[in-house]
Design a protein around this ligand. Structure first.
Ligand code: S3P
Ligand code: PEP
Length: 432
């Protein structure tokens, strides 16, 4: 007998979690400016709290109040050496951007992270920072955390990054603000540009020409009040959920649609998703809108080349959509997935295979053969593998079949503390 059980369609309006990348940068830039800065609607996920704690340890007054972070900083010249090791938890962005900042400050710092972060490659920032004069040491010659930094006395460099990485670009631009001369960073494809957009807002001039960013040393940060939009990376789970659960229509309010981040919208639209952008506006230099998404049949996707950095964190969620799309979807040029919180090629495919989906693994991506009539098996346990984006992606399958359980969902607090609560709310058809 076929299983006709269906969980309820998703209906209603939610404001997804605030943007993690923008919140990190707002905490950092505010802490480097002398005086008071207020960050409204920040993400208070575990990763951002790691960034807050780093500056608290260096003498900045960082207060987390209701839906705001209030920062009173003595400014760059008043920062002091942390008395203990800085623990950046699970956060690659905190680590790489702070490596840039700490390299510029005349302080000694020791940094580490959790079991996942301690496996992630750091040489991509440590090597060019050493070229600028930073004295950085670390496990395995500086390839891995823990690492120590004795900062100050930097010289600007011209550096072409072999990877399209906003974390590499940002680390070097931030170090460049404290260096003599000019620092020029270019990358093979354009990665997210929040650092370049936000620095001028905080009083630091940068020059952007195509894939190259330059900054002149010796500039000062100014305190500012900043409002953080919703995170398109968090919206991605709901875009996919509403597309694949029949009968759904969901509005995601106040989502950031910076063009360096909107690959997920482009690919879903190419797949046939019914997506409408409403009320487009600019908030603190970042484009923002409300997104209305309605269930629609999907076709296979091809993701490769310059598109990849524009949706790198959304690929695990898109892989869920691919399972229900007609035809074979292919992801290429996405080797960076292997060095995230987990190897996201391996962990994404492990969950798909556990459900009986036909997949192929490539060195730099994967293929998924989808089926619009795919009947998920019930009674399957999937795993987050300790990776927030893998956990949230896997959880989407539980919307379509009973008894699909995802182990280790507690890690979603890294980027989306109320993820399951929001999904349950949409299943009840309620607005916030
Ligand atoms: O700069 C940022 O805020 C981020 C950059 C990306 O990493 P890479 O720079 O390693 O591509 C992304 O995956 C991460 O979630 C956040
Ligand atoms: C890769 C991610 O973050 P980070 O690199 O900051 O750990 C992510 O949030 O998907």
């Amino acid at each position: 007998m076929s299983d006709i059980w269906r969980k309820p369609m998703l209906k209603g309006t939610i404001a997804v979690a605030s943007d993690k990348s923008i919140t990190h940068r707002a905490i950092m830039f505010s802490s480097l400016a002398q005086g008071q800065s207020i960050i409204s609607n920040p993400l208070m996920g575990d990763d951002n709290i790691s960034t807050c704690k780093a500056f608290q340890a260096m003498g900045v007054d960082v207060q987390l109040v209701h839906n705001a972070i209030i920062i009173n900083s003595p400014g760059v010249d008043g920062l002091r050496e942390a008395e203990d090791v800085l623990d950046f938890g699970n956060s690659g962005t905190t680590t790489r951007l702070m490596l840039g900042i700490l390299s510029g400050l005349p302080l000694f710092s020791v940094i580490t992270g959790d079991q996942y972060l301690r496996k992630r490659p750091m040489m991509r920032v440590i090597d060019p920072l050493r070229q600028m004069g930073a004295r950085i040491d670390g496990r395995d010659g500086g390839r891995l955390l823990p690492a120590s930094v004795r900062g100050g006395d930097l010289q600007g460099i011209t550096y072409h990054s072999p990877v399209a990485s906003a974390q590499v670009k940002s680390a070097l631009v931030l170090a460049g603000i404290f260096a003599r001369g000019t620092t020029v960073v270019s990358e093979p494809e354009i990665s997210r540009d929040h650092t370049e957009r936000m620095l001028p807002f905080y009083g630091v001039g940068v020059k952007v020409e195509g894939k190259t960013v330059s900054v002149t040393g010796g500039q000062r940060f100014e305190p500012r009040n900043m409002e953080v939009p919703g995170d398109i990376s968090s919206a991605a789970f709901f875009l996919v959920a509403a597309s694949v659960v029949p009968g759904s229509q969901v509005t995601l309010s106040n989502v950031g649609i910076n063009p360096t981040r909107t690959g997920v919208l482009d690919i879903l639209q190419q797949m046939g998703a019914d997506i409408r952008l409403e009320n487009q506006r600019l908030v603190c230099g970042e484009p923002v809108c409300d997104i209305v998404i309605t269930h629609a049949p999907l076709e296979a996707a091809h993701i490769f080349g310059e598109m990849v950095p524009r949706l790198i964190d959304e690929i695990p969620a898109l892989a869920v959509a691919m399972c229900f799309a007609r035809g074979k979807s292919i992801v290429k040029d996405a080797k960076e997935l292997r060095v995230k919180e987990t190897d996201r090629i391996v962990t994404t495919l492990a969950n798909l295979k556990a459900l009986g989906v036909e997949v192929e693994e490539y060195e730099d991506g994967f293929a998924v053969t989808g089926n619009p009539d795919f009947q998920l098996p019930s009674g399957v346990t999937l795993d987050s593998y300790g990776d927030h984006r893998i956990g949230m992606s896997a959880y989407l399958f539980s919307l379509l079949q009973r008894n699909i359980i995802v182990d280790g969902m507690e890690c979603v607090s890294v980027s989306f503390p109320n993820f399951q609560k929001f999904l349950a709310q949409l299943q009840r058809g309620g607005d916030q």
